[in-house]
Design a protein around this ligand. Structure first.
Ligand code: FAD
Ligand code: NAG
Ligand code: NAG
Length: 369
């Protein structure tokens, strides 16, 4: 009988890990407090700690540079892996997966060394990368700009697609709030084949709980306030302002409107959105990319709702590593703390999780022989 792996968490990370573990031949059960559902029914207060609905979500390349910390290089590799998975999923399921391929445009007021190192003769090696000439800058505060091919997802359409795919292929779900890692190993799960009544032994647990379930002192949140508008947009546009603030849009597609953002507030746990911040975000975006108003019937943006989310942020970068619990309680593969990049890095993280779980379980198997 194949080994059983429990994935704790049904955000984009848990779902991606569950699908690849299933493809690797394991029986997989996802245990989570929150599952994907229509975005329109998500509770902005009760589900604020479930980050996946509140993301944009687009892929924005973060260029690695000689001076960047190792986590940036690792994350860039994860984002390249994710890009190719998104291409495959999109071409096989263009109308149902919730993925849109489109142009990404970036405007930067004061570029750091990682951007200055990118030139026409040393382009960023990503699809259809092109530096933009000053004539294409929105104003004279912008000093560097580029475009490339990228993808966006409508988060809950995409996550629901992953969940459906997982269940359709025999994956199991359990809606439960866990209090400790040990609890994940002692769950009583139904046997995958109803004919066999033997008790299921859980061989490994994947910790994809976003913030990590119980306090990890390196974990905090980065609050993001954005605004969902009804208008579409032909590109995902990101502007990095000299004062450290961000102006961006992420078209969600699939009648999901466009997310206009957004704030990045480290350690801010405030739940309520601010109307003043919303007005400022919309105004800054329209000034940067007036083309978004081309499809507007009123000449302005049509606000659908404000969004507040908590990016699960970890000092030193995401935790994607294995741990053998003390006293032989079990093998845990951690995959949390993805910050503002959970979607971008999802398939890269999931491939790493499968490699580590396989490595451990194969080793266990060999030592039994
Ligand atoms: C405003 C905003 C914009 C963003 N934009 C982007 C973007 O453009 N691109 C991008 O890649 N990312 C973006 N992100 C980040 C992205 O949304 C997150 O990185 C990602 O959603 C994290 O996914 P996750 O699966 O790790 O966690 P989550 O989505 O938080 O999922 C955690 C899961 O664990 C479960 N769980 C937690 N604790 C327990 C428990 N005790 N018992 C049982 N279950 C538990 C939850 O119920 C849930 O199922 C954005 C985030 C915000 C807030
Ligand atoms: C979200 O998480 C924080 C920190 O763990 C906790 O204090 C808060 O009660 C949680 N909110 C909800 C609605 O569960
Ligand atoms: C996930 O990691 C966090 C941080 O180390 C830990 O507190 C939590 O118990 C872990 N969850 C599981 C299921 O191992």
């Amino acid at each position: 009988m194949p080994e059983h792996v429990v994935v704790t968490g049904a955000g984009v990370i848990g779902l991606s890990c569950a699908i690849l573990l299933q493809e690797a031949g394991y029986y997989v059960t996802i245990v989570a407090r929150d599952f994907p559902g229509p975005f329109e029914t998500m509770d902005p207060i009760a589900q604020i700690n479930y980050t996946s609905p509140w993301g944009g979500a687009h892929n924005r390349w973060v260029p690695p540079h000689a001076a960047s910390p190792p986590s940036v290089h690792r994350e860039h590799a994860f984002s390249l892996v994710t890009f190719s998975h998104m291409q495959r999923l999109h071409s096989a399921h263009p109308h149902t997966a919730g993925i849109t391929f489109l142009k990404g445009i970036e405007y930067i007021e004061s570029p750091g060394p990682e951007y200055k190192a990118i030139t026409a003769s040393n382009p960023l090696p990503v699809p259809n990368f092109r530096l933009l000439p000053p004539s294409a800058f929105p104003d004279d505060k912008v000093t560097w700009a580029c475009e490339y091919d990228t993808w966006c997802v409508n988060p809950m359409v995409y996550c629901s697609f992953l969940l459906r795919r997982f269940v359709h292929r025999g994956g199991r779900l359990l809606k439960r709030t866990l209090r400790s890692p040990a609890e994940a190993f002692s769950l009583s799960l139904p046997s995958p084949s109803p004919q066999q009544q033997e008790k299921v032994t859980i061989s490994a647990v994947v910790n994809a709980s976003g913030t990590g379930l119980v306090p990890d002192s390196s974990m905090t949140v980065t609050r993001g306030q954005t605004c969902l508008v009804a208008e579409g947009c032909d590109a995902t546009v990101t502007r990095q302002n000299a004062d450290g603030s961000w102006t961006f849009c992420v078209p969600r597609g699939f009648e999901g409107g466009t997310v206009i953002g957004g704030t990045k507030e480290l350690g801010n746990w405030a739940v309520e959105p601010s109307v003043a911040v919303r007005e400022q975000l919309l105004e800054s975006f329209v000034r940067t990319y007036p083309k978004i108003l081309e499809g507007s019937k009123t000449g302005g943006l049509t606000v659908l709702r404000d969004i507040v989310g908590r990016r699960p942020t970890r000092v030193g970068g995401p935790r994607v590593e294995s741990e053998v619990l003390p006293g032989g309680a079990g093998f845990v593969m951690h995959a949390y703390g993805l910050g503002g990049r959970g979607y971008e890095l999802s398939w890269g993280v999931a491939e790493e999780v499968v490699r580590k779980v396989k490595g451990y379980l194969n080793e266990q198997e060999r030592s039994r022989l």
